[in-house]
Design a protein around this ligand. Structure first.
Ligand code: HEM
Length: 155
């Protein structure tokens, strides 16, 4: 088996690092929302931006493995390669992940700029609505992503 990562699957270390991050990210996001609920807004902002930057790094690692590493070789020997199950899960993952990521970036930039002006304030209701939607999107993205990892590199 083509194991160069540390999780004991066919994935390489770049993909494994990204997976560990995406397994932890929803819990970090939960903690960030808890900080907001406790009115520790600066800590909330720091953690939000930290998790978002971590997600960007993790996506770059995945992309690096796909383009320059062993991800594609390891993936083509999966028992699920070419199946409707894998294609369907991948489609659901993309449909959720892309808007979530874009929404998350936009919300972070707008919120950063409005902090102490209209946040908390008139921007709060929209911030909360899009924040909770992003939170839900992140959970779905990470769960489908972990499912894809198992089907592609472990089975
Ligand atoms: C990056 C800059 C950010 C700043 C400065 C910021 C600031 C704040 C503030 C001041 C509140 C309290 C609003 C109020 O109750 O009036 C809040 C709550 C909240 N924020 Fe952020 N936020 C940021 C990023 C984000 C992001 C990217 C998300 C996306 C997940 C998010 C999700 C939430 C949620 C869901 C709440 C409501 C929590 C609750 O219901 O108790 N925030 N944020």
């Amino acid at each position: 088996m083509l194991t160069t990562g540390f999780l004991g699957t066919r994935a390489d270390a770049l993909v494994d690092v990204a997976m560990v991050f995406f397994a932890v990210a929803p819990f970090l996001m939960t903690q960030a929302l808890r900080l907001a609920a406790q009115r520790r807004y600066r800590a909330h902002r720091r953690l939000q931006v930290g998790v978002l930057l971590g997600a960007i790094v993790a996506v770059v690692l995945l992309e690096g493995s796909i383009r320059f590493g062993h991800a594609v070789d390891a993936f083509t020997v999966s028992a699920y390669y070419g199946t409707a199950t894998l294609a369907g899960l991948f489609a659901v993952h993309l449909v959720v992940a892309v808007p979530t990521f874009i929404g998350w970036c936009v919300l972070a930039i707008l919120s950063w700029r409005r902090f102490t002006g209209v946040l908390p304030g008139s921007f709060s209701p929209r911030h909360r609505f899009w924040g909770w939607l992003t939170y839900l999107g992140l959970w779905l993205t990470c769960l489908t992503g972990l499912g894809l990892y198992v089907l592609s590199f472990a089975l």
